[in-house]
Design a protein around this ligand. Sequence first.
Ligand SMILES: Cc1ncc(C[n+]2csc(CCOP(=O)(O)OP(=O)(O)O)c2C)c(N)n1
Ligand SMILES: [Mg+2]
Length: 1074
Amino acid sequence: MNRARMVSKLLSQAPPGTPLVAVRAWLGVGARGKASAPPPPTALAAEPFLNGSSSNYVEEMYTAWLQDPKSVHQSWDTFFRNATRGAQPGQAYTSPPTLAEPTPHHVPLSALAPISAGPPAAALSQKTIDDHLAVQGIIRAYQARGHLIAALDPLGIDREGVAERPATTMPARTVVRQYADAIEEADLDRSFTLPMSTFIGGNEKTLTLREIIKRLEDTYCRSIGVEFMFINSLEQCNWIRQKFETPGVMHMEPQEKRLLLARLTRSHGFEAFLARKFSSEKRFGLEGCEILIPAMKQVIDRSTSLGVESFVMGMPHRGRLNVLSNVCRKPLEHIFTQFIGLDTGDEGSGDVKYHLGTYQERLNRVTNKNIRLAIVANPSHLEACNPVVQGKTRAEQFYHGDSEGNKVLSILLHGDAAFSGQGIVYETFHLSELPQYTTHGTVHIVVNNQIGFTTDPRMSRSSPYCTDVARVVNAPIFHVNADDPEAVMHVCNVAADWRNTFHKDVVIDLVCYRRNGHNEIDEPMFTQPLMYTRIRKLKPVVELFAEKLMNEGVVTKQEVKEVTDKYEKILEDAFQAAQTETQVFNKHWIDSPWSGFFEGKDPLKATPTGVHEDTLFHIGRRFSSVPPNASDFVVHRGLLRILNSRMEMVNARTVDWALGEAMAFGSLLKEGIHVRLSGQDVERGTFSHRHHILHHQKVDKSQYNILANLYPDQAPYTVCNSSLSEYAVLGFELGFSMTNPNALVIWEAQFGDFNNTAQCIIDQFISSGQSKWIRQSGLVLLLPHGMEGMGPEHSSARLERFLQMTADDPDILPAFTEDFAIRQLSDINWIIANCSTPANYFHILRRQIALPFRKPLVLMTPKSLLRHPDAKSSFDEMTEKSEFQRVIPERGPASENHQNVKRVIFCSGKVYYDLIAARKDANLEDKIAISRVEQIAPFPYDLVKQECLKYPGADLVWAQEEHKNMGAWSYVQPRFATALNQERHLTNEIQRHTQGSVEHGSQSWYEYWFPWLFPTSSPTDVAADSTDSQSSTISSHKRVVRYAGRPASPSPATGSKKTHIRELKQLLEDALAL
Ligand SMILES: Cc1ncc(C[n+]2csc(CCOP(=O)(O)OP(=O)(O)O)c2C)c(N)n1
Ligand SMILES: [Mg+2]
């Protein structure tokens, strides 16, 4: 509950007669609800022990007091009674005098005299109350601010001197603030009853002030700094207090310490070995934070013992190889061969070694349970993999029916500079509690080496801690000195327990250092001379810890040596084995293997996408109907009209865009394919056309998901409005799509333009992911696109950018084999289309699943076409035998009259409807053919060529509504040239057959020549064609395609409606003028 709501709730719960004004005054919320009236200026300041952060605590006390006055300490009871009886701010509580008293021993609670209304309380009682309040204040101060003086920094730079503070002392002023003045030496040996808000006493109810301070310092100001008092839940705060304050919580058994030392030895040994063997290679070593490996393993061990079976992890460069080897147990040989520099033995262009992912299944020896570990491959772009990891985790949970996240856990690693600097961290945190995006808690681990490349924290962030971003979701933050391995293990245990108990995010901040430069080749003394002078004097943590354990008698020097030597031998053996390898394989690094998906499939055969007419009717009728319990479920009248008009369309065997989409989803659901549609406002649809969720007009949160209720045994349908983020949500959906190839995962942008705030996911993952990491994804991007006079920011999904990143060489004409279309799809990095009919939209969505492989699909989607009367399709275009049409050729009068056609206009998307209307007005339907290129990439060379050949006397025009430097023009132009003019080797064939007077029969010219023009040939032949094309006979009669459309422009669209209309008119005239 947020604080404002909580305060107003507790005020509304106050017993009758409670003078709320007084309570509001202490809490400083008197007028907070009214924007015009500022809160009483002195309300908080008036009570010396209240301030912005302690007021949370007071609220908790007050809530408890309202419910049961005996549930709070009597001093609070007195205080609240005083104040509710009208004591003025500042008088219900008075500043504590010195705690020294004539009788400096335990103060019994019975000494607290009740304070009655009217005359002021007796001086003694007031003093006693003050003393207890002061002690409570001190305890609370340590809980809230103890971390400020904790000895977190192994370098001692951050907080010079704090590590040397004596064990028992006066409380630190930074922590206790005004109470520092109130305490004198004599107070330290007085005993106080401990309040319920602390667990430092263990079984003891009272402690001396000296002991109280000592225990608080030990808990909150040594190697661990706990930040949690901002959390609104009292239960969660108490849980954390108990986990850290209970005496003896950090105890470790000797065998646990030995295991920890062994893990540290491996972590250290791995980096040292690589440093020796590959001294000039970048590896972004972990030196200075070797504890990361034992820390991760501890989180994994603990979580495994709590039931987790699968861990999905994301991490940056730092220590990645070490994690792959020592956490995931990736074979060392695979890692070493990456350093040796061998040829690749399989598909893919690969990636540098510190970006690669992995997937391993192994036995967790500590818990004796089998676990799965995946590290998601990531680009250099720091933190970009966070949402991808979350999406993949969520998907694993979803498909395993793990609705609480008990079986699958995500762990995200961060660098300190990136964690605070990258906005995606914030966006991803905001997914953490959303019903359709939560992973039920993520364990975040920050390798806080107090530097980002060459930049100091004071220059790289404005927040006190690099972890402050996590506070937005009320995640507890455990800062810990990475040179205290036992403290780190404790924090890891608590983090795993927290996640298991509350299913919320938690942050472990490993405060460490970076022993070398940013990478092993960098010289850190250039920029951080003092820091590195200090670092060079530090012993590695493994040595410090080994010494500690030897001093404790837990291990002997000999044992330490044995553990070190044993690992050294493992490394050396693997190194020798790696020398015999001749190739590296990208498939060894795949993070999301799809076992069983590819096996037994013809890699170039798709299943049909048309469906039985009955299915269309069934889905259509369901999609047009009110919920079965219609009498109880009140549907909005406007929606009833929409449902009715849908039903009319269905009965007429036609679909509009929304119906076509529903048919695609519904038919896939019927086939057992999970469909997930995510994005801003997707449930209704930005353009109010979709309406997949009906809302009960009388009952809050009562909804009906239409497509989830089509068939009793259908797959689940997820449609979810997302947070207002593109970067995180698109990344999330990409991650979701990686888990299960038999699901249609779709992200829709509100307007296509907004995809650019997710550019990193598009560039680094979607367009290049398969090539870098041989990881496939069938993710669909729906990007509303089109110039409809809505101004510069709502017109363009930046089609040109997607096309520019398409990896097909415009100068190479692929072989026109029988499987040309699917081979193209298989070879390309993604599919880009701009469909003009609902039926084609239906087919292309279904084709995503029908393909024997997975490819991202980027779809330009319409806005005005959603309701355009002509943008409808018949059931005939969706039933069996129908399929996706890469090109929709001209089918009107011009196609009957092809010899006399003067022009063929090619276009894509909605401009088609403008063109046919203008052509009709100009009475040119038999002179101008208009063909639609529905799938732009991969380019349908065969069909485009066929269409051009059909009209031998026509000139060719590409018409687009986008500006010339945008849209598809730059992509299609060279491909038209290739399609039209690369046919040298065909010339002789044509001549020979013509001379042989081959019987054409009833075939048209192009029907006859098509097989000759597109013979089955090998890719090698094609390459030869392309290089020799200059000497082509036909090339001397080159046909070219001309551009008709808006001129180049820096802005995607004009902001003026009038200009927009003028531009459109001009483009239509240009396109149609013969
Ligand atoms: C988005 C992004 N911007 C810039 C960089 C370049 N870069 C690589 S590492 C690094 C410093 C990272 O510092 P930190 O997050 O503290 O991690 P560390 O290297 O210290 O472990 C920078 C700026 C990057 N990789 N990604
Ligand atoms: Mg750093």
